[in-house]
Design a protein. Structure first.
Ligand code: FAD
Length: 430
């Protein structure tokens, strides 16, 4: 049993949706030549919605509202759209092995799908507690958050413990966004993480302090510098409390775990070059096999702006842009230059909203008002006398744009105290 396509996109997440849009825009395929294979049962959607609009207590967002590519203010690609464009959606189908030399994929249903060109868009999966030696995370009231199924489990758990206690494990953006959603759903939250402050990979202590104070004012409790070791469960197998390494027991009606992700590379290990935990690609998003491209969370690609250092980014903007770039490179290789991407990341919690672009290396210069309830503050990262990264809370579109310009230009800075005084004006006047 088998089918043959010219182009196969493996994975049906954010990157797959934006790849489909780019194929349709460029029209470089005929009906029936392009397919998307996805383990998920629905057409590609904007994954970030799962920890934001999807978890709202009032008028939560539901599909089809957040299919790609609405997240970038573009078309809403529903199942009907794919049909109209002649793009085959092979949904609810897991690929269990890949043979790069033969150019074939084998699905769990026993079908062999062959391709001339493959785009790997398998994204990443949530790390499980079991991978850190803690058992029992399959309980009905322990939630992870990577896909729609996870989000539905989380919504059900929230609905059945209004007024109760939740423990959030992990202080990254999943933990932070879920904690905000839980509080909004009238659930008391304790966040537990081993670091000194939240968002340890990006935030400075000062930035983190602002958000932690804000969360505390909303009723969130922080238990930092420790980890969980095990759970207490009732006779039905539901978790009733979380036991920490420091000996504390935290009562829990539900637990949300956000302890990081791992790129889904396993189908291609030993067949394609890997780097930084992902599949290594060049500036055309092409892997070590010229018929195979990789995009989104699974791809490790050169960032020109950082002297072509290879990075694997886990952000939605990167998934969108790398996907579109790969399609351009496949359909019009001679016209497509190497990708020149400025890393960009954002989050929204409660009524707060921040953006970061560039690289958080070098000295940090904070500026703005960290004290107000409607905050406007930020930070620059400065390395070798040049701006390398910029963070801003509560900015306007123009301000975020101005920051991205100075990061891209690596604008020179001669006096850090002057930069601190000028703050946002430094970027705007450039
Ligand atoms: P994914 O969107 O994960 O898609 C991968 C797809 O591949 C899935 O459909 C999966 O089922 C499929 N797949 C994997 N293996 C197989 C297989 N063997 N066979 C078939 N199908 C397979 N980023 C931000 O910048 N800002 C945010 O605010 C933000 N919020 C987020 C909130 C949540 C809850 C999550 C989970 C992520 C968030 N992100 C955010 C990150 C962003 O969503 C990811 O960077 C983006 O989804 C990556 O796109 P992708 O297509 O590479 O992977």
């Amino acid at each position: 049993m088998g089918r043959a396509f010219v182009y196969v996109v493996l994975g049906g997440g954010v990157a797959a949706g934006y790849a489909a849009l780019e194929f349709a825009r460029r029209g470089g395929y005929s009906r029936g030549e392009l397919c998307i294979i996805s383990e998920e049962a629905v057409a590609p959607y904007e994954r970030p919605a799962l920890s934001k609009g999807y978890l709202l207590p009032e008028g939560p967002s539901r599909l089809p509202k957040f299919h790609t590519c609405v997240g970038a203010n573009d078309e809403l690609l529903t199942t009907k759209w794919y049909k109209e464009q002649g793009i085959e959606l092979v949904l609810g189908t897991r690929v269990i092995s890949a043979d790069v030399r033969r150019k074939t994929l084998l699905t769990a249903t026993g079908e062999t799908i062959s391709y001339k060109t493959l785009i790997i868009a398998t994204g990443a999966r949530a790390l499980k507690l079991e991978e850190f030696g803690i058992n029992g995370s399959d309980a009905a009231n322990i939630c992870y958050l990577r896909n729609l199924e996870d989000a539905d489990k989380l919504v059900n758990a929230m609905n059945s413990c209004s007024g109760g206690n939740a423990v959030v494990i992990g202080g990254g953006y999943i933990g932070m966004e879920c904690a905000a959603a839980l509080v909004t759903n009238k659930i008391k939250v304790t966040m537990v993480f081993p670091e000194n402050h939240c968002m340890g990979r990006l935030f400075t202590e000062k930035i983190a302090e602002y958000y932690e104070n804000y969360y505390t004012s909303k009723g969130v409790t922080f238990t930092k510098g420790t980890v969980l070791t095990s759970f207490e469960k009732d006779s039905t197998g539901k978790v009733t409390s979380v036991i920490l390494k420091d000996g504390n027991h935290l009562p829990a009606d539900m637990v949300v775990v956000g302890i990081g992700i791992r790129a889904n590379t396993s189908l291609f290990e030993g067949q394609l070059l890997m780097e930084k935990g992902g599949i290594k690609v060049n500036g055309q998003m092409q892997t070590s096999d010229s018929s195979v491209y990789a995009v989104g969370d699974v791809a490790a690609f050169p960032i020109k702006l950082f002297d072509s250092d290879i990075r694997r980014l886990e952000h939605v903007d990167s998934a969108r842009r790398t996907a579109r770039h790969a399609v351009a490179a496949i359909l019009e290789p001679s016209k497509t230059r190497d990708i020149d991407y400025l890393p960009f990341f954002y989050s929204r919690v409660f009524t707060l909203s921040w953006q970061f672009c560039g690289d958080n290396v070098g000295e940090v210069v904070h500026y703005g008002d960290f004290a107000s309830s409607s905050p406007r503050f930020g930070a620059y990262w400065v390395s070798k006398g040049q701006i390398t990264g910029a963070f801003l809370e509560g900015g306007s579109r123009e301000e975020y744009e101005a920051l991205s310009v100075i990061v891209r230009r690596k604008t020179k800075v001669s006096d850090l105290s002057e930069l601190e005084k000028e703050g946002l004006v430094f970027a705007i006047q450039e």
